[in-house]
Design a protein around this ligand. Structure first.
Ligand SMILES: NC(=O)CC[C@H](N)C(=O)O
Length: 365
């Protein structure tokens, strides 16, 4: 079956259909990871996006239950140069094609992904429509014109109810804006008592859960699309130790008076160099974002720029000067990606334990 991908600038790409037979509209973005397509497909931050992989062969190690990052995928479509029909790996349980079919996600293969990526690098990410159901170019043009990109992705991907992973360590309320499992895994590995709450949980409700600290998760879309969450974060910040990751980092910045902006084509891949300005060390990081905190908006706030991207100088990390709160734009949970930055979870544990001891000290005094 033939598949068609039409971009907002009029570019028409034809290829071979795989995955589900359907039609989907989304923001066309590219990811440069050589491996990790399974973690990419299941990262809820891709909700509403059609992802192009720049690595030319995708699907060769199949799909397994262990490497998924959320209860289901939210990505809208998948674009590859060549897909592997016969995966070969001892962990593989299913082919990429079968898995995409099961979740109703369309894919297109045989596309010149280098040309597509260069286009996005120059003109920026753009709206596109992908059809695997035999639609005509004319009907796709109409639908692309009339269709619009989602703005309510966080509400679509966040958990609907509060749930816990009990532990004996400090209690962390994880605000789920589209959290990857990797974040919870890192907290549980450190013994935390994790309570996951929906993105729009009120300050009062979080307070009733008695947290020792707050983790703001990654998530899809423009951080300014969730103003109620920004207000809640502003109040939590004054009260609890806090760690923000990716979208969580952007919400922390907005709640502290800084500003964010859309990037031309963003950072999506597993080898983005980031420099820690405090130590001078450079880390290789996993990233997936299309917005960033404006460095020039930090003046007049209580935030200090702690990390920058070495490719373009954009903001990758912040610390609050008065409060025990910090954030990074990249993914320390590293799924997919290098494990360089796991230490950030230890830094957060340091803040949590400090607070727990303070509380216990007060109770015994
Ligand atoms: N992975 C994320 O949390 C991404 C944050 C935000 N949606 C962005 O694209 O910048």
């Amino acid at each position: 079956m033939q598949a068609k991908l039409l971009l907002a600038d009029g570019t028409r790409l034809e290829g071979e259909a795989f995955g589900a037979e359907t039609e989907t509209l989304g923001e066309v973005v590219f990811n440069t990871g050589m491996t990790g397509y399974q973690e990419v497909l299941t990262d809820p931050s891709y909700c509403g996006q059609i992802v192009t992989m720049t690595y030319p062969l995708i699907g060769n190690y199949g799909m397994n239950r262990h490497d998924i990052e959320a209860r289901r995928p939210f990505v809208h479509g998948f674009v590859v140069r060549e897909r592997a029909d016969f995966p070969s790996n001892w962990r593989s349980e299913q082919s990429l094609d079968r898995w995409l079919k099961d979740y109703g996600i369309p894919g297109i293969a045989g596309v010149d992904t280098r040309m597509l990526t260069r286009k996005i690098r120059v003109h920026g990410t753009m709206k596109g429509i992908l059809s695997t159901g035999g639609a005509s170019w004319g009907s796709l043009e109409e639908k692309l014109d009339a269709g619009f990109l989602l703005r309510d992705q966080v509400a679509r991907v966040s958990t609907r109810s509060i749930h816990a992973s009990p532990g004996y360590g400090p209690r962390v309320v994880l605000m789920d804006f589209g959290a990857k499992y990797g974040i919870q895994r890192e907290l549980i590995r450190r013994g935390c008592d994790v309570v996951v709450v929906p993105w729009d949980t009120s300050f009062e409700e979080i307070e009733r859960l008695g947290p020792d600290g707050i983790l703001l998760s990654n998530g899809p879309g423009d951080p300014k699309d969730v103003p109620e969450a920004i207000r809640t974060v502003g109040r939590l910040l004054e009260r609890y130790p806090l760690f923000g990751i990716c979208l969580g980092h952007q919400l922390f910045a907005l709640a502290s008076g800084a500003d964010t902006e859309k990037m031309t084509y963003g950072h999506r891949g597993a080898n983005h160099p980031v420099k820690n300005l405090e130590t001078g060390r450079t880390y290789i990081t996993s990233q997936n974002h299309g917005y960033s905190v404006r460095n020039d908006s930090l003046e007049g706030t209580e935030l200090t720029l702690t990390h920058i991207a070495l490719n373009d100088g954009t903001c990758e990390g912040l610390t609050h000067r008065r409060l025990p709160a910090f954030s990074v734009q990249y993914h320390p949970e590293a799924a997919p990606g290098p494990h360089d930055s796991e230490v950030l979870f230890d830094r957060f544990m340091g803040l949590l334990n400090g607070r727990k001891q303070e509380k216990e000290g007060a109770a015994h005094a």
